[in-house]
Design a protein around this ligand. Structure first.
Ligand code: GLA
Length: 724
């Protein structure tokens, strides 16, 4: 839309004072607000509403002086007594904020994206709030955030400053969310909410998504999970720092969802005329169950939310579990040869390539001193990159630029850059400290590390950006107000990433934070993908990938085949099972290929070749979960192309089940009237009796496929193609 057209749209709305309903619409959902008697009332988020004027006069209270219907952005003060979206302290004065409706307008941002802005103000304190709603028509996603401006003459202190408030009214609220720890990310749990407050949050500052993830799926009027039926609201916050999602069922049995930056130890002073912009909260609504909620989020993520999702990330071999710190030039060039031999497309040199005075030959030293270790690789990183490129293999490299080892030159040169509380001992995690990204000097340094790494060799294709600790004993020598640290760090992180993307728009960057510590949509605006977990063991991965891909698309979740016994769990699984799990995401390998037998290499070659033929379905298709791994012996999922002409089905036996029938996976997302040919991949012994046959989509969704997956770790991949 041109500027003139935008301003015409603004004028149109502003000139129509009778237009008190504020309608935010997508293809299949509506959010309806109303400016009523000075307040902005939140009426509805759910299925499509025809004429919003039908809400006129709607009132839920017995007496007018008992309260009002929910406000769009409730503030502490007035008659509001629940946890508030906005709480403001006016030092030496009041804590009362009463926001009144000023105006609203909408305009098209791009094809299929409409922005609605609602302006509110507290006339007594001159605090102004803008509520911003971006509606993504085709994806059925609405993104909410707020902007808070101090229009008064004195500083104010923001105590609560959530991105959005979402009131929901249903008979029952089933909250599904994701929790875990290192090597056990995104374990899914569901609970029926009861009165009181439930919060999902982190206070770790960075590496924020191991313990909880800032996302949820809320099923309405039910206490059981359903993939295909029922009303569902799913949400995810785009913020790489401390967050809090708060679910409060109040005395009216209404659920009030607040989401945004965690106010914990984060009182934020806003000077005269300053504006605070909150992060985006991404919502989708569907009445077609949790599966559709995931597909909406995936579509939004791939079309709008993640950095350049149009690309298909190359398959790769990462050096970490295959070599750890113990390598020389020959180790790496041999691995690159193996990449070529097995048909992979990229080699990634992980930790251990840098440090001269304090060489990074273990995790106890060297972070911060990013010069290549010429004792280890005398020929230089450029030689390795050239070696790869000359063989048609892309080259990537690992950095962890926010960190510093106590044993490093950097720690000695810049102690003032290290996060810590004055006068107290700084704690280490994995023998390392954190650099204070709230400090612009540190931001320059971190940007410089990325920049100089890119210059180590022409055409570095990929950077793995790691982050192996979180914040403890917080504090910054740079900040006057220590409570600004948490937000300042995250804003500093984004400043660096913005500069990097301006200079390096094309390099693929992975967000790794001891595995899945940065799996959230704030990071994914800048990163192409995440390292889903340090746990590469295939059975653990079933649960980790199942949970992660509820919210985040498989196109961004790295998934590697590693050696057995697995280095994290000690479990031994067949190579085919490991490939069949990894192939359901962004495929890579992470082992020493020299240790593989010729038979294993053959299997790898075959799995990689077929993966390349169907991976566009994983990257760009629709995910249907066919069977949950929770409480079940089998797990299955499938991806269907948008035109429904092709599909790939993955099935796994994850628990041995004595003498029972074989599992049935009823397929989903296919065109009922189309006949599909079915071919099992990567095996000489098809496990489904219908292999090679052509069956109707309708039949496949009614009866499904029932392969002979009877022994623990039996698995299969089936490729479906529409008959011409
Ligand atoms: C973290 C990452 C691993 C690996 C190591 C290297 O643990 O998650 O993948 O890069 O650091 O030290």
């Amino acid at each position: 839309m041109t500027l003139a057209a935008i301003s015409a749209a603004i004028t149109l709305y502003a000139e129509n004072p009778s237009d008190t309903f504020i309608c935010i619409e997508t293809e299949k959902s509506s959010m309806i607000l109303e400016a009523r008697e000075g307040e902005v009332i939140f009426h509805h988020y759910g299925s499509k509403v025809g004429d919003p004027a039908q809400f006129k006069g709607l009132n839920s209270y017995r007496r007018a002086d008992y309260g009002t219907d929910p406000q769009a952005y409730p503030a502490t003060g007035g008659r509001y007594f629940n946890e508030a979206a906005l709480t403001i302290e006016h030092p030496g004065s009041q804590w009362n904020t009463e926001l009144e409706y000023i105006s609203h307008h909408s305009y098209g941002v791009s094809d299929g994206v409409t922005r609605t802005c609602v302006f509110l103000e507290d006339p007594m304190t001159a605090v102004k709030v803008q509520l911003i709603y971006d509606a993504y028509r085709d994806e059925d996603v609405i993104i909410c955030h707020s902007e808070i401006t101090n229009g008064g003459k004195k500083d104010i202190i923001l105590r609560n400053f959530y991105s959005s408030s979402l009131p929901v009214k249903a008979g029952r609220y089933l909250l599904t969310h994701f929790h875990g720890s290192w090597a056990r990310e995104m374990q899914m749990t569901s609970e029926v909410l009861t009165n009181g407050i439930k919060t999902i949050e982190t206070r770790k500052g960075v590496r924020t998504t191991h313990t909880e993830n800032p996302s949820f799926i809320l099923s309405l009027d039910t206490d059981s999970w359903n993939e295909n039926y029922g009303e569902v609201i799913a949400g995810a916050l785009a913020w790489s720092g401390n967050y809090r999602l708060s679910f409060q069922i109040d005395e009216t049995d209404r659920l009030n969802i607040l989401s945004g930056i965690n106010p914990h130890a984060s009182a934020y002073t806003l000077g005269k005329g300053e504006t605070f912009v909150t992060p985006e909260m991404i919502y989708t609504y569907t009445d077609e169950g949790a599966g559709q909620a995931s597909r909406n989020l995936h579509d939004w993520a791939r079309n709008h939310g993640c950095y350049d999702s149009s690309i298909t990330c190359p398959t790769l071999l990462n050096s970490w579990e295959g070599a750890y710190f113990d390598f020389d030039t020959r180790t790496i060039t041999d691995m690159i040869d193996d990449v070529k031999d097995m048909g992979l497309e990229m080699f990634v040199l992980d930790d251990g390539w840098f440090g001269t005075e304090y060489p990074r030959n273990n995790s106890r030293q060297g972070l911060g001193d990013w010069e290549p270790n010429t004792a280890k690789i005398p020929e230089g990183i450029g030689y390795l990159a050239d070696y790869a490129h000359s063989r048609g293999v892309k080259f990537g490299i690992w950095i962890e630029p926010e960190m510093v080892s106590p044993k490093s030159r950097l720690a000695k040169e810049h102690p003032e850059w290290i996060v810590g509380s004055e006068g107290r001992e700084k704690t280490t995690i994995r023998n390392q400290w954190l650099l204070d990204l709230s400090n612009p000097e540190v931001q320059d340094f971190v940007f410089g590390i990325f920049d100089s790494t890119m210059k180590l060799a022409p055409g570095i294709d990929y950077i793995k950006w790691d982050c192996n600790r979180h914040v403890e004993s917080f504090g910054s020598t740079h900040l006057d107000e220590q409570s600004h640290f948490w937000i300042g760090y995250t804003q500093g992180f984004y400043n660096v990433l913005r500069r990097i993307r301006e200079k390096y728009p094309e390099v693929i960057i992975q967000a790794c934070a001891s595995g899945g510590g940065r799996v959230e949509y704030g990071a994914l605006k800048w990163f192409n993908e995440v390292w889903t977990s340090d746990n590469t063991e295939a059975l653990s991965r079933v649960f980790i990938q199942y949970g992660t891909n509820m919210i985040y698309p498989a196109s961004v979740t790295g998934s590697h085949v590693s050696a057995v016994p697995n280095h994290q769990t000690n479990n031994i699984t067949p190579l085919k099972f490991r490939f069949d799990i990894a192939c359901a995401g962004r495929l890579g390998m992470e082992l020493q290929p020299k240790d593989m037998t010729e038979e294993e290499r053959d299997l790898a070659r075959q799995a990689i070749t077929t993966y390349k033929e169907y991976r566009d379905l994983i990257f760009h298709g629709d995910l249907y979960r066919l069977s949950s791994p929770y409480g079940s012996d089998h797990y299955a999922l499938m991806y269907v192309s948008k035109d429904k002409k092709r599909a790939v089905v993955f099935g796994y036996c994850i628990k041995y089940q004595a003498r029972t029938l074989v599992p049935v996976f009823r397929l989903n997302g296919l065109d009922p009237d189309t006949r599909y040919s079915i071919k099992e991949l990567n095996t000489e012994k098809p496990q489904f009796w219908g292999d090679g046959k052509t069956l109707e989509g309708r039949w496949l969704s009614n009866h499904g496929i029932n392969p002979q997956l009877v022994k623990l770790y039996d698995s299969g991949i089936w490729y479906l193609e529409a008959e011409e």
